[in-house]
Design a protein around this ligand. Structure first.
Ligand code: COA
Length: 409
């Protein structure tokens, strides 16, 4: 079956997580993604290794379905080969520190001259302004995009979230920009520059917190568990962040992930009172409506927890869902990696690798009926030098040997 992006070629200079997460999606959509690495390779090949001398899970889980070539962009010959490559690709993607590609000798103006149809996508920590030249990593973006100040408990320090909203979150924004630019090129015939700043992507994901910042001007945020409010949105622990109250409540037997997140919609209250053995509260004027419950959400969730603490989270999940009550058990990473339904959905998949053997990775979260993704292993460093430099650019074996000996590839 022809894939959605079949025929689209991506010259992928991305490294670490944010950029690779974007180009991996493009590869799953069927693009030919050729990862161009320094001759030492993407730094993550060697970071957090679980097996000696084998590409790390960090690398293998973010670079599947790609090909790999090596190229020393700081050598004259490397720049020359890069110029030839840029002519043959639709998309160039990178997430180096600010200015790195310009310092390699390739400004956007120069790249446009080489290939006017090129879509050039960059991820940086920040947009124009005082931070433009600063480097950034995941939690830096969480700190400056509104996530850390609003995550955690009121009396504790700001917290980082486990979801990689700064890196992979930005990567997904970059995918949207690249696909839109490809579509626009169909009409204009011209490429364009796509830039996404990690701070901006995190802020986009923290949109509701800026909603609340403005609501604060008109009084306290009553759905928050906090009792007092200043002039900035406080950390609201496990409050739902939406219009319906929610909280993580304890279940049996009381382990660190024996919790279930429960949302109490107006229609859910009566069945919940039945389940928890307090049917009289369904019509009690002190409890019957969302408005009267709002001032005592902590007590409401305590009542539910008095019941849930005697049942395991799976039992609670089943019982609440019998009444259409939105809820979610807190799943540990172990439970997730062993979950049959996630495997059946091909979102937790096994991939073979020539050096590490079989390993588990996260598959394609976006399902296209006419372009199913097949997860294939990540490439070894420079595995496709012959295919690209030999077959495609026409270099001879002796040329290749010379380039290798002189540290160009
Ligand atoms: N050949 C030769 N040199 C290469 C090369 C190649 N193929 N690929 C990269 N390099 C060089 C670059 O030219 C640059 O050198 P320079 O600074 O002398 O110009 C250097 O390697 C890479 O620099 P940088 O990207 O700044 O790496 P770093 O390890 O110091 O910083 C980050 C890492 C992630 C902080 C930085 O890349 C960054 O801020 N990226 C943008 C934001 C981002 O994506 N962050 C999240 C990453 S998950």
């Amino acid at each position: 079956m022809r894939k959605a992006l079949e025929g689209v070629r991506v010259l992928d200079m991305t490294h670490v997580q944010s950029g690779p997460s974007a180009t991996q999606i493009l590869a799953w959509l069927g693009a030919d993604v050729v990862k161009l690495e320094a001759i030492t390779g993407d730094i993550t090949r060697k970071q957090l290794r679980d097996l000696p001398d084998v590409d790390s899970l960090y690398f293998t889980m973010l670079n599947s379905n790609k090909r790999s070539i090596t190229l020393n962009m700081k050598s004259d010959k490397g720049k020359q080969l890069f110029t030839e490559l840029v002519k043959k690709f639709d998309i160039l993607a990178e997430n180096f520190g600010p200015g790195a590609v310009d310092r390699m000798g390739f400004s956007w103006e120069k790249l446009q001259e080489i290939n006017p149809k090129l879509i050039y996508a960059s991820i940086k920590g920040f947009g124009d302004g005082p931070y433009k030249f600063y480097k950034a990593y995941e939690v830096v973006a969480q700190a400056m995009g509104g996530s850390m100040s609003t995550t955690g408990f009121e009396d504790g320090p700001p917290l980082a979230t486990g979801a990689q909203i700064g890196d992979s979150g930005t990567g997904m924004h970059a995918v949207a920009g690249i696909l839109a630019a490809l579509y626009q090129r169909e009409h204009t015939g011209e490429g364009q520059r796509v830039t996404v700043a990690m701070q901006h992507a995190v802020l986009n994901l923290c949109r509701v917190k800026l909603r609340d910042q403005q609501r604060l001007a008109h009084g306290p945020l009553n759905e928050y568990p906090n009792k007092e409010f200043g002039d900035e949105v406080p950390r609201s622990a496990n409050a739902s962040g939406g219009g319906q109250p929610g909280w993580a409540i304890k279940c049996a037997p009381g382990g660190p992930n024996d919790y279930i997140y429960v949302i109490v919609q107006p229609v859910g209250w009566a069945p919940i009172t039945q389940l928890i053995g307090r049917p009289e509260l369904a019509n009690d004027p002190d409890w019957a409506t969302p408005e009267v419950r709002l001032s005592k959400l902590d007590k409401m969730f305590q009542l539910i927890e008095d019941w849930s603490a005697d049942h395991d989270k799976w039992e609670v999940l089943a019982k609440l869902n019998e009444h259409n009550i939105p809820c979610g058990p807190i799943l540990s990473t172990k439970e997730i990696i062993e979950d049959e339904s996630l495997a059946d959905n091909e979102i937790v998949v096994k991939v073979d690798h020539p050096e590490r053997g079989e390993f588990t990775t996260v598959g394609m979260p976006i399902k296209l009926s006419a372009s199913p993704a097949e997860v294939k292993r990540s490439p070894l460093l420079g595995e496709h030098n012959q295919e690209i430099y030999g077959s495609e650019l026409g270099l001879s074996e002796s040329d290749m040997a010379e380039l290798k000996a002189s540290g160009v590839i």
